[in-house]
Design a binder for this molecule. Structure first.
Ligand SMILES: Cc1cc2nc3c(=O)[nH]c(=O)nc-3n(C[C@H](O)[C@H](O)[C@H](O)COP(=O)(O)O)c2cc1C
Length: 361
């Protein structure tokens, strides 16, 4: 039995508790990818209610790899100053913060650049099936350096580390998934499937030093649920301090889970990863946590080290306070528009109930 309010060490830093905010893109930047005051306000509101760590939304390392034209960026030095405002505002409340650095790969928005992939493949770009561009070895080295450069900018902005977006069918996940049919050193064996991400991790570790958190948001199912922990082992060996688990490209019908459990099948992928690592590296899970009882169940049964909350914290930043100290909160209604749609047009019922005009605030 673990108290969610107890601290936990991640790398050389300590989170004041075990509740984290999962990354959630707002698509609220201009084409320049710059931070505006809206972002600063949004994240500070979540920090005020005591969350231990915020993983800032997917923030692109290259304009041509964005998943939407209004995605935040860390691809140039002009973007550092705005990120510093977010980091300072969140740190005032004793919360750590790391941006999730990201390249779209097969999930790139066609208005931003071509769909890219480890291997040429037909893929839906949101409107139609197209041929994705197969990356050359030169492309791979260039994009890996873009990740390292973005991490260096994150460090200059005052963030506590970075998270690599390695799930949800974006580029790092594409390499570790069944889509990857390469026959060179970036395909085939587990070591090779993980190499794209592992080399980015070692590049960041070398550039940013031992006190910079490097997290990977991994798919707990790619290239298969059985092999996903072996991919994660490669990331940890390269210097990753913290695994947050979600899903990716591969299906996972056989993952141990049944409907009587108070957590979802995606969350079960994180439970399996936690079981594999047995405390060697902290593991987090996500998906469907809407009530204090659900979150407490995970800690009462020692199923996980930290819990990530996405929609629950978008709906009401006080959800963290509810878990830690019994603060009242408004429960997320799990609207499908939030998860899948262009949510600017969507009025979050919980935010409306709280009297907040705009969902993203
Ligand atoms: C509006 C929205 C934006 C999201 N943006 C990201 C993102 O930037 N990066 C990421 O890894 N996952 C993203 N996700 C997925 C969430 O982090 C999370 O895994 C998912 O919503 C399930 O958790 P929940 O049930 O607590 O919402 C997003 C989800 C939503 C609803």
């Amino acid at each position: 039995m673990t108290d969610p309010a107890s601290p936990i060490k991640i790398g050389t830093k300590t989170l004041k508790n075990r509740i984290t905010m999962a990354p959630t893109v707002k698509f609220a930047a201009g084409a320049d990818g710059l931070v505006t005051d809206e972002f600063v306000h949004h994240y500070e509101e979540r920090a005020k209610h005591g969350v231990g760590l915020i993983v800032l939304e997917a923030t692109c390392v290259a304009p041509e790899g964005r998943l939407f034209p209004s995605q935040l960026g860390l691809w140039c030095d002009e973007q550092i100053e705005g990120h510093r405002k977010i980091a300072d505002a969140v740190h005032k409340h004793g919360t750590l913060i790391i941006p999730q650095i990201h390249h779209g790969g097969l999930g790139t928005h066609p208005a931003c650049g071509p769909l890219t992939s480890p291997t040429k493949v037909r893929w839906n770009n949101g409107d139609e099936e197209v041929d994705a561009v197969e990356l050359t070895l030169e492309d791979i080295a260039r994009i890996q350096q873009q990740f390292v450069d973005a991490a260096i900018r994150a460090q200059k902005a005052g963030y506590d580390g970075v998270q690599l977006h390695g799930c949800h069918a974006y580029l790092i996940n594409n390499f570790a998934s069944p889509v990857n049919k390469r026959t060179d050193r970036y395909g085939g064996s587990i070591e090779n499937l993980a190499r794209f991400g592992s080399e980015i991790i070692s590049g960041i570790r070398k550039a940013c030093g031992p006190d910079f958190i490097i997290s990977m948001r991994v798919s707990g199912a790619d290239p298969s649920p059985k092999e996903a922990p072996l991919i994660a082992e490669q990331y940890v060996a390269a210097g990753c301090d913290y695994l947050q688990v979600s899903c990716g490209i591969a299906e996972f019908p056989d993952v141990p889970w049944d409907e009587s459990l108070p957590y979802t099948k995606i969350a079960a992928l994180g439970v399996a990863m936690h079981e594999h690592f047995k405390g060697r590296v902290p593991v987090s899970t996500v998906n469907g946590f809407r009530t204090v009882e659900q979150v407490r169940y995970m800690f009462d049964h020692d199923l996980i080290d930290t819990i990530d909350l996405a929609c629950g914290l978008l709906a009401d930043p006080a959800f963290t306070g509810a878990i830690l100290t019994g603060e009242p909160y408004v429960k997320c209604a799990s609207c499908p528009q939030c998860a899948y749609g262009p949510f600017h047009a969507h009025k979050c019922p919980a935010a409306v109930k709280r009297g907040v005009e705009e969902f993203r605030f």
